[in-house]
Design a protein around this ligand. Structure first.
Ligand SMILES: O=P(O)(O)OC[C@H]1O[C@](O)(CO)[C@@H](O)[C@@H]1O
Length: 550
């Protein structure tokens, strides 16, 4: 039993019913499911906004989905969802509300945290960002020497980098091509070096993105960026024209030397990995312009409303979350692949890794007790068709069950030449062929019928039954990107709610930070670090020797 008297997840009747159902189902063959129901291809599709979501190629029956929905209801997913939208402090270990949905709420919405409607301040910051972005884009905001800003360098890490960097790539076709926009995150000096080596400091704006403004990587890179700028411009006053901050921590921003008049604020109820539609999106907004940014927010909001109000049977994030629970908890899957068939989504899966793995990579429940069930999967993947010539072999013929999401678009971006746009059908032919091959494979008899010698038949047989979700949209617009991201945010929410874990804290990143601080003097000064284990001690000694330090 839980501290609050509720039965623990794996002991609930709904969980046990699913385990029994799995045993009764035995081996599920997609060929059989499709043969039994000729309408499955169209029947198992849902629509949300501009997204067409096909879930027919999953190893589930109507009964599986019904039992999964019962699990969701029994574990309080809908109550927790409503509490999140209401601004309750559902991030219990940090005692915070979880309100990224307020960042994309319309101006007239009312969402209260501690009795205060937060929507007006969200829109006030959006308006300030829009004003600033317009001034940079028009050339009205100049650098210290009066030169126009032509380069924007975002300095941040984790949620203060991955979201805007991913969205910038995704929406490149909508960006001002006259501006160079780069993202620096790694504390490896090579990152900042490569991002700035060909830029004119007089034309460069640094956007320092850090919720806490204490993150060592970001503060270190921001300090080096300031040194780079001042070396060229030679005047402390230049900082005010070349540095802006995106943060919740005005005191630290001022302490760093950035005028808080040049700070765009957000709030502790916005989690880092849920923050790119807050002030953290400023570099993106400068690149695509405020109107496109707002279209993206509208896309997010559309899916928020769908998640909040759609019935369980047609609720897409709920379905995606439940399918993940089915595979992870009842079918033994350890990972989940996200495979976008769009070059512009090259950073989408990396972005989802933080969203999903930092949120649901937990092994104690909300009451602090070890969980007795699997939680978040390893999320991985790269854009098709590249993966097909690398790791798809393992998905098709390996021994692991790897559920995958395929994301594709009917139209290429408008600016492609006719010749390049014509390649789009080939890209999408691969997209459809892969999910078909993964689902239905190729039987030994089909292989034999091709005249393949008997000894090669096992090698050329494809078992099939590799489950996929297909997400199709007309084209990758700012709104569609917002819809996609919100879909995954809420999918992660559903799973965390079922697993009874806090999806909104990230204590697991703390230990490494503390140890790095402790070990650094050993590297630089050869200092004795108390309590250093024998392996790390030997490695540090080897490092110092290789580095040429005595
Ligand atoms: O925006 P900040 O405070 O610099 O934090 C950056 C990132 O560090 C983390 O706290 C831990 O990696 C993330 O959750 C966060 O997105």
């Amino acid at each position: 039993m839980n501290a609050d008297g509720r039965t623990r997840l794996h002991q609930t009747p709904e969980w046990k019913a699913l385990a029994k159902h799995r045993d009764e189902l035995g081996e599920v063959r997609l060929r059989d499911l499709f043969a039994a129901d000729p309408g499955r291809g169209t029947g198992c599709t849902l629509r949300v906004g501009d997204l067409y979501v096909d879930h027919s190629k999953h190893l589930v029956t109507d009964e599986t989905l019904r039992l999964l929905r019962e699990l969701a209801a029994a574990t309080g997913v809908f109550g927790l969802r409503d509490a999140m939208f209401r601004g309750e402090r559902i991030n219990t270990t940090e005692d915070r509300a979880v309100l990224h949905t307020a960042l994309r709420a319309p101006r007239d919405a009312v969402i209260e945290v501690d009795g205060e409607n937060v929507v007006p301040k969200v829109h006030a910051v959006l308006d300030e960002m829009a004003d600033f972005a317009d001034r940079v884009r028009s050339g009205e905001w100049t650098g210290h020497t009066g030169k126009r800003i032509r380069n924007v360098v975002n300095v941040g890490i984790g949620g203060s980098d991955l979201g805007p960097a991913m969205a910038y790539e995704a929406l490149r076709a909508f960006t001002d091509r006259e501006l160079t926009v780069r993202f620096v995150s790694n504390v490896d000096g090579a990152d900042l070096h490569e991002a700035t080596r060909d830029l004119d400091p007089a034309e460069t704006l640094f956007v320092i993105a850090s919720k806490t403004f204490t993150t060592i990587e970001t503060v270190t890179n921001a300090t080096s960026a300031r040194t780079w700028l001042l070396k060229a411009l030679g005047d402390e006053k230049a900082v005010a024209r070349h540095f802006v901050a995106l943060s919740t921590n005005a005191e630290k921003v001022a302490g760093f030397g950035i005028d808080t008049a040049n700070m765009f604020e957000f709030w502790d109820w916005v989690g880092g990995r849920y923050s790119y539609d807050s002030a953290i999106g400023l570099s993106l907004m400068i690149a695509i312009g405020p109107d496109r940014f707002r279209e993206m927010l509208d896309g997010f909001h559309l899916v928020d409303e769908h998640f909040r109000t759609a019935p369980a049977e047609s609720n897409v994030p709920l379905l995606m979350g439940l399918l993940g629970v089915w595979y992870g908890n009842f079918m033994g899957a350890q990972s989940h692949a996200v495979l976008p068939y769009s070059h512009y989504l090259s950073k989408f899966t990396a972005y989802l890794q933080q969203l999903d793995m930092e949120s649901n990579g937990k092994s104690v429940d909300r009451e602090g007790r070890p969980v007795a069930w699997q939680t978040g999967p390893v999320v991985w993947g790269t854009p098709g068709t590249n993966g097909q010539h690398a790791y798809y072999q393992l998905i098709h013929q390996g021994t692991k069950l790897i559920p995958a999401d395929f994301i594709g678009f009917a139209r290429p971006v408008a600016e492609l030449s006719d010749e390049l746009a014509a390649q789009h059908d080939l890209l999408m032919a691969n997209f459809f062929a892969q999910t078909q091959a993964l689902a239905f494979g190729k039987t030994p008899d089909e292989v034999r019928a091709e005249g393949v010698p008997e000894e090669l038949v096992p090698h050329k047989t494809f078992r099939g039954d590799h489950p996929t979700t297909t997400i199709l949209a007309r084209e990758l617009t700012p709104s569609v990107l917002g819809q996609l991201v919100a879909l995954y945010e809420h999918k992660v929410f559903v799973q965390g709610a079922i697993w009874n874990i806090d999806s909104f804290d990230q204590w697991g990143v703390e230990l490494g930070k503390v140890l790095a601080k402790r070990v650094e003097p050993a590297l630089t000064e050869g200092a004795e670090v108390p309590g250093l284990d024998a392996s790390t001690k030997a490695l540090v000694a080897a490092y110092r020797e290789l580095r040429g330090r005595k």
